[in-house]
Write a protein that binds this ligand. Structure first.
Ligand SMILES: Nc1nc2c(ncn2[C@@H]2O[C@H](COP(=O)(O)OP(=O)(O)O)[C@@H](O)[C@H]2O)c(=O)[nH]1
Ligand SMILES: [Mg+2]
Length: 464
């Protein structure tokens, strides 16, 4: 009779390099036994991939060219008469990296994503920056999706620069993926602006005490709907009043596309004084692409040009498809020097410049060229810097350290044809309940330049 059927040599777990061969061996104590092999639940058949061999009491399974799909549990079921015994082993490809991440160069404020993948799921990972363990928080998020590992740095800052490693482990196996992340920001501000209260008050005093050669100087703001023209006028109003304005001019960004169709002069009162500032603002929304659905057509470039020359009367209602002509009664054919525009300011939202069509820019160019022919100084104001740049959002004092802001200003300059030194980034008051020093300084700085340009122009061209 002898002893009962039993396994004398069990299958051994195997970790093998991809492409190599795996040999599983099982031995029993009886002659004439039969074996069936399983990979998971599926019975294994002889193929070019696997072959099963029996040598007396020994059973072998050979797997050639091991790939990921060959991984998993293998089981051999050995039968002798009515008795059955089994042995099981795990076959795995050796842990390896199937996708690495590359070095990253980002500008401050961008999102940095490092993504890598290994060939197995039975792993854990840790992330290191310069050999120090990284933890989540402050915009740093780590994720595992099966075999994939992702590190996200939401608004990368200069301090996030470093050597990043993802260390993936399974038991005693370990693989590493590393790369350099460089987050760039200027070491020095490329335009000097002092954000002290002293500077603010000095700039404000200069403007309130300013006596231009011509009064009032007229500043025309133009730009697409939602670019922040009304908000800018509103902000100036807030700044000189020293408190939040009640009758807000700005349209909510979500309130469809209502826009200023009326040619209206905005005068700014100064706190504690009965007089108004010696410069005034008009804003016209212009140049929207007619074809874009839901958007209203902007004021015709011809009308903006007429406004530059002083032909558009106060309270005139613009009709986009029918610009004002000399023959019409409302046409101001004999404008006084103060009816004319003394500085043309193009208002562009930092977060939308990239998405504006060439068509819109070519219309702006038409206006700019006319203004240039007339010698009218031109400035571009870049609004919504806080929306576009997290560095500016968290600290406006850093605005001229931000590469992103410089990049956007460069884009304004290239597409609009205005030199960099005539472009001013500003943040408007839009949801604040208190005045903010940094907001004031940026606006006052831009405004001082605009007013001085306007005054120089008036002096040279409009006064005998
Ligand atoms: N975050 C932020 N929002 C702004 C800024 N300037 C304007 N806005 C918002 O942008 C939207 C459009 O502004 P508005 O002044 O009505 O644009 P307009 O059509 O050119 O007169 C409004 O919702 C404003 O509150 C800014 O500097 N930062
Ligand atoms: Mg408006």
């Amino acid at each position: 009779m002898g002893s009962a059927l039993s396994v004398t040599k069990h299958l051994q777990d195997v970790v093998q390099l991809t492409g190599k061969e795996v040999l599983l061996t099982c031995k029993v104590n009886k002659d004439g036994a039969l074996a069936q092999w399983y990979h998971g639940d599926k019975e294994v058949n002889n193929s070019s991939k696997v072959s099963m061999v029996q040598k007396g009491r020994t059973f072998e399974l050979r797997i050639r060219d091991v790939q990921e799909s060959d991984g998993g549990y293998y089981r051999v079921k050995v039968q002798h008469k009515n008795a059955v015994v089994e042995s099981t082993a795990l076959v795995q490809e050796k842990l390896r990296v199937s996708r690495t991440f590359q070095d990253v160069k980002a500008t401050a404020g961008q999102e940095v994503i490092l993504k890598c993948e290994v060939n197995r799921e039975d792993v854990t990972a840790e992330w290191k920056k310069d050999d120090k363990l990284l933890t989540e928080g402050r915009g740093v998020v780590m994720e595992q999706r099966g075999k994939e590992f992702i590190l996200k740095i939401k608004h990368a800052q200069k301090s996030d620069t470093g050597f990043y490693t993802c260390l993936v482990k399974s038991g005693s196996e370990e693989v590493k993926i590393s790369a350099e992340v460089a987050v760039e920001e200027f070491d020095k501000e490329w335009r000097i602006l002092n954000f002290s209260l002293q500077t603010r008050n000095k700039l404000e005093a200069e403007l309130t005490q300013f006596r231009p050669k011509l009064e009032p100087l007229r500043i025309l703001l133009y730009g697409p709907v939602g670019s922040g023209k009304s908000s800018f006028i509103n902000s100036i109003d807030v700044l000189f009043k020293g408190q939040m304005a009640t009758g807000a001019l700005a349209d909510s960004a979500e309130a469809g596309y209502s826009f200023t169709k009326k040619y209206k002069t905005h005068r700014i009162e100064v706190k504690g004084r009965s007089e108004v500032l010696p410069f005034v603002f008009n804003d016209v929304m212009g140049l929207e692409d007619k074809k874009q659905d839901n958007k209203p057509e902007g004021v015709a470039p011809e009308d903006i040009i007429s406004a530059l020359k002083g032909h558009i009367p106060e309270n005139y209602m613009f009709r986009p498809s029918a610009p004002l002509t000399e023959e019409q009664k409302s046409y101001n054919s004999d404008p006084s020097p103060t009816d004319k525009v003394h500085c043309l300011v193009c208002v562009l939202p930092a977060d939308k410049i990239t998405f504006m069509t060439d068509d819109v820019f070519s219309k702006m160019k038409q206006i700019r060229e006319t203004a240039s022919d007339m010698g009218i100084p031109q400035v571009a104001m870049m609004t919504r810097v806080d929306v576009e740049c997290p560095v500016a959002k968290s600290d406006l004092r850093k605005i001229y350290y931000s590469m992103k802001i410089k990049e956007k200003m460069q884009e304004c300059s290239n597409r609009l044809g205005v030199p960099m030194n005539c472009i001013f980034p500003v943040k408007n008051y839009h949801e604040e309940t208190k005045v903010v020093l940094e907001v004031d300084v940026l606006i006052l700085d831009a405004l001082s330049h605009i007013v001085n340009f306007a005054n120089d122009y008036a002096k040279l061209n409009l006064l005998g």
